[in-house]
Design a protein around this ligand. Sequence first.
Ligand SMILES: CC(=O)SCCNC(=O)CCNC(=O)[C@H](O)C(C)(C)COP(=O)(O)OP(=O)(O)OC[C@H]1O[C@@H](n2cnc3c(N)ncnc32)[C@H](O)[C@@H]1OP(=O)(O)O
Length: 206
Amino acid sequence: MKVIILGNGGHSKVVQDIIYSIKGNEIVAILDDKYKVEKRENGIIYAPFDSLKKFLDQEAKVVIAIGDNKLRKNIVTSMDIKKEQYLTVIHPSAIVSTSTRIGYGTVVMPNAVINAEAQIGDHCVINTGAIIEHDNQIGDYTHVSPNATLTGNVLVEEGAHIGASATIIPGIKVGCWSIVGAGSTVIHNISPLSTVVGCPARIIKN
Ligand SMILES: CC(=O)SCCNC(=O)CCNC(=O)[C@H](O)C(C)(C)COP(=O)(O)OP(=O)(O)OC[C@H]1O[C@@H](n2cnc3c(N)ncnc32)[C@H](O)[C@@H]1OP(=O)(O)O
């Protein structure tokens, strides 16, 4: 599979490793606005974002490898690429139930676990070792950070960011574009656009 990667920062390095860990994948271009002019190194083209259309052919799939949820959404809305052309990337060590649905452009990192009937949206990041338990609903453009644990029936709305090693107890709703601080334990629903931290998590911004 030919793959075009958008973004070339720290998160992208991990995504590139995952793409290479899957047999048959080939990264053909890495686009980022830090490249002002097009260049080719070791068979990969490096160029600014707006050159995407030039490299996009029917065979190539696209992954947005940018950790920031809002930026990922902005790029998707500005690029006008067909949904089906986004590649869903799942590291071979991740454990994913056959009854889950994982959306377009979503990246599932090493040792993540996604259990029965969880639904994961488009352009999400399920980071290293994250646990998404049964029946979770995870919205588009979310990021579940390394080692976070979402227990059963958790609902995470669009754009929310769950910090590293956070824990969310069963049945909780995390509102859209909220942030859960690293190491927090969430025991109450979180309203949209809020930031919560601590054990139990308390609101510090909304
Ligand atoms: C591979 C990767 O790297 S994936 C990326 C994973 N990233 C993360 O997990 C980062 C998650 N982010 C955090 O935890 C951040 O601290 C945030 C977003 C919750 C808060 O950041 P800011 O809005 O900048 O808040 P700020 O640092 O000013 O702290 C505000 C208060 O909350 C407290 N606080 C901040 N974060 C936490 C936390 N995780 N747990 C407990 N308390 C916290 C601070 O001590 C401070 O308290 P005070 O007012 O009593 O002094």
